[in-house]
Design a protein around this ligand. Structure first.
Ligand code: PLP
Length: 393
């Protein structure tokens, strides 16, 4: 997007004298200056821990840490006491999975990331709504399954392979009508979409900071206040308690009771800065930009011989991610050639969604995922390398 590339120092580097082309934002996004600055200024001015110390540095750290929670709550349309810091989406989902009664009935789809499959499979009884050949789920089929009644529906807002957008508003409505709760896996949604968890009405929303330009090691689980009161912490230890006796303890109120131990203070501050940065840019603009690039890439890829582009053809049903295969050339080879020739970073393999690949009978795929700093020219350079590779391989 115009003027924004300069905000990302990683894009200023060159490798073998050539610029970097970063098409792996669905794995983790590049970090803007605002995030780097927020973290380094906190670490260079104090780096103290939060909540317990009454000295100046401790007070400042607590204010910055809790201030970031305020920003993140507003970014998600949540109240601040409904925002639990976790390490990432995976931990947020596991926290909910541990809180449900064992062997609860959980409805998921065939497009979920492993992190939204395994916690349910290991602790509960998941039912899987299959994907259609284009990688979407049939809305009538999932709504009919929801009406049968499950304890929880756990679904990604945006799939990490094909970028498919799920109709989460209608899913939440149907699930609540059937007495089920809903967890939205927002790992790929929060970086691209305007999120308002209160308007959406979901019970839980999990996201990772690093996928929207924040640091690794920090994410958020949003949960409705009444659910947080009933949930069990994953970890026990300091800071989550207001009193501990030889026998018995008094837990802090949520969200602190879910944040045992010294937290990732600078990471939380960095995540707050990332959310503020995206708010300033405007997520509607980001989605429009990422979609336009994905649509351009789809068209260009589809015109190449031996390339099969996967996922729905209609770009309004997906966000900024394109997955493809090239007949006769393995996905790792494609990714390596792109890296070696033009420093383009794309992802290859099962993309932590092997069940989706198996359902669609796909070989490991190549995924190019776009974000606000990518350009059409970068996409064209990728297409030209692929064309050359196909012609010579
Ligand atoms: C849809 C989806 N869910 C969950 C995750 C897990 O995220 P994390 O590894 O940050 O916990 C990812 C990561 O790629 C994802 O794309």
């Amino acid at each position: 997007m115009e003027g924004l590339r300069d905000e990302y120092p990683a894009l200023q580097r060159t490798i073998r004298g050539q610029p970097l082309i970063y098409f792996d934002s669905a794995a983790t996004a590049l970090k803007p200056r605002a995030v780097i600055h927020a973290i380094t200024s906190f670490l260079s001015s104090s780096g103290a821990s939060v909540h317990r110390a009454v000295h100046q540095l401790g007070v400042e750290a607590s204010e910055a840490y809790e201030g970031a929670r305020d920003i993140i709550a507003s970014f998600l349309g949540a109240d601040v006491d409904e925002v639990v810091y976790v390490r990432n989406t995976t931990e947020g989902i596991n926290l909910v999975a541990r809180s449900l009664k064992p062997s609860s009935s959980v409805l998921i789809t065939g497009m979920e990331h492993h992190s939204n499959v395994l916690p349910w499979r290991k602790l509960h009884r998941p039912t899987v709504v299959p994907v259609l050949p284009d990688g979407t789920v049939d809305e009538q089929q999932i709504l009919a399954e929801i009406r049968k009644g499950h304890d929880l529906v756990a679904i990604c807002q945006v799939s990490n392979v094909l970028g498919v957008l799920n109709p989460v508003e209608r899913i939440v409505e149907a699930a609540h009508a059937a007495g089920s709760k809903v967890l939205v896996d927002g790992a790929q949604g929060a970086p691209h979409l305007e999120v308002d968890v209160h308007a959406l009405g979901c019970d839980y929303y999990a996201m990772s900071g690093h996928k929207l330009g924040g640091p690794t090691g920090i994410g958020v689980l949003y949960a409705k206040r009444e659910h947080l009161q009933e949930m069990q912490p994953l970890l026990w230890g300091g800071d989550m308690v207001s009193a501990v006796h030889i026998e018995g303890e008094q837990l802090q109120e949520p969200p602190l009771r879910f944040e045992a131990g010294t937290p990732a203070v600078e990471a939380a501050i960095g995540l707050g800065a990332a959310c503020e940065f995206l708010e300033d840019v405007g997520r509607d603009r980001i989605l429009e930009h990422d979609r336009a690039l994905a649509s351009h890439a789809r068209k260009g890829l589809a015109a190449l011989e031996r390339v099969v582009v996967h996922g729905p053809a209609d770009s309004s049903r997906s966000a900024g991610t394109v997955a493809f295969t090239i007949d006769g050339i393995g996905s790792n080879m494609v990714a390596k050639v792109l890296s070696d020739r033009i420093n383009a970073c794309v992802r290859s393999g099962w993309l932590c969604a092997q069940p989706l690949h198996e359902a669609l009978e796909l070989e490991p795929t190549v995924r190019a995922s776009f974000y606000l700093y990518n350009t059409e020219d970068e996409v064209d350079r990728m297409l030209s390398v692929l064309e050359d590779l196909i012609a010579t391989a």
